[in-house]
Design a protein around this ligand. Sequence first.
Ligand code: PEP
Ligand code: MG
Length: 580
Amino acid sequence: MKKQVNLLKGIPAAPGLVIGKAFVLGSEDMEVEKKSIAESQVPKEIARFEDALIKTREEILDIQKKISKEMGVRHAQIFNAHLLVLEDRTLIEGVISRLKKEKNSIEYTFLQVLKKYIKTFSHIDDPYLRERLSDIEDVGRRILRNLRGIRREILSNLKDKLVIVAYDLSPSDTASMHKEKVMGFITDIGGKTSHTAIMAKALEIPAVVGLEEATLRIKTGDVLVVDGTKGEVRINPDRASLAKYKQQSEKIVRTVKTLLKLRDLPAVTKDGHEVILAANIELPDELASVVSHGAKGIGLYRSEYFYMNRTDLPGEDEHFEAYKKVSQQVRPHPVVIRTLDLGGDKFLSQLHIPHEMNPYLGWRAIRFCLARPDVFKVQLRAILRASAFGKLKIMYPMISGIEELRKANHMLEDVKTELRSKKISFDEDIEVGAMIEIPSAALTSDILAKEADFFSIGTNDLIQYSIAVDRVNEKIAYLYEPAHPAVLRLIRNIIDSGHKENIWVGMCGEMASEPAFALLLLGLGLDEFSVSPAAVPAIKQVVRSVTFEMAKEVSNQALTLTTGKAVEEFAKQKLEELIP
Ligand code: PEP
Ligand code: MG
């Protein structure tokens, strides 16, 4: 992971480059000295414990209110699990009985019980219960902080603008942050889909996760350069490189400002070839960013986030309200709702899916939905109902061949029939597409194109499956090459198959967010680019700087190259020539 002592490489979680002083959220809170107490002090210690529990509860409720107001009810619900920990009788009674028996200070006693509790949880085989570990730790730290009566320099009270460095950031930590005071954040653990990453993107704060040793290598006060786009953190750079980074950061700010001027212009090439530039979202809270960056609708709404951080499954009306709201807000542009894509790194505890040896190749996404019509049809009904209020499209994830597409469409037809019989209106012409993210689907895209209304290429998975490289494993990240000739050939095949059947072909994988690759994709004839909201202006600039003919030439030439690196370098060089 570390190339040099002062350079840490991790996983890019939210784009942007900032330079600032580090504030390391320490583990010191979890250390307490042993101190014995007299029998007579026991009731007082119990009272202190109860006070701390009440105070912690108030704090969490406050945060919940704040989050609900600033980021929406969905984010706020994360804290329900925290409140449950505070009511956990086993934990509370365990502390009180140990206090009476061993007569040590309440801080010490509480920490011993908490540590035992955490240890037990970490050995449990049930992934749902293991997931609760971070909630328990988070609440535990808060209780301890309140017991000690010391107000740690909590995130909400930061005096200066700082870069937060932490082993992991809990939802409550992220929630206490003020955007004006937090320049960026970096964590030892976590992946692209961790809460930290999602919150960072929603707040538009540069972030890098999965750095492994950030908290070991960085001290509070160190100067950090956080590159959330590359996923790199530089510690205490020398004066010369600091000046370089400052220039780079200023340049990014200027570029972003300039690019935003393109907001209301069409994504059209110099010779008049227009493409659709849409955005990917995980949560409805990102809609403001979609609009402010000038995206024409949502090309990928990752609906599984709707199922996360809750103990129950969302009901049909809840789905319906969310889809209706999103589609109304981006009207007249469309919203492509991807049906539940659980599995791999997207784990949903409430569905009690057994552990698998190879979760990425397992019972997931459309495979799961086809086996569980009780879950799938709830979502399909809600999407159809919401389609009466705005332009919605349905997209199935992880289609591996035509049979799955047919089965899914069959279920959709059942739901449509049911709605018609109940005289519930929906868009009869709703488009239904397939994500092409499995090599078998890419290679049979000619067959699929006959029965799909559109394709959206999911390169995040397509690359992982065609090169056999785990998309979240940073040790083999060098193999994860979007421009690998195998991937390019698959993409070309998908686009050509779609066009032969007169359907549009988009891409919602991260590859489309990279300007150099976007140039290749444009030349390959991609019709729709769905990228993270902040990436929209840069991709629009690429499209507007070139003629379609020129882009075609670039991609034709790229297809003759023999390695991913050669293609990438070539595309970057061509882009540099177009946009110096
Ligand atoms: C993809 O696989 O490219 C994609 C867009 O979906 P996800 O990242 O959610 O798997
Ligand atoms: Mg995918």
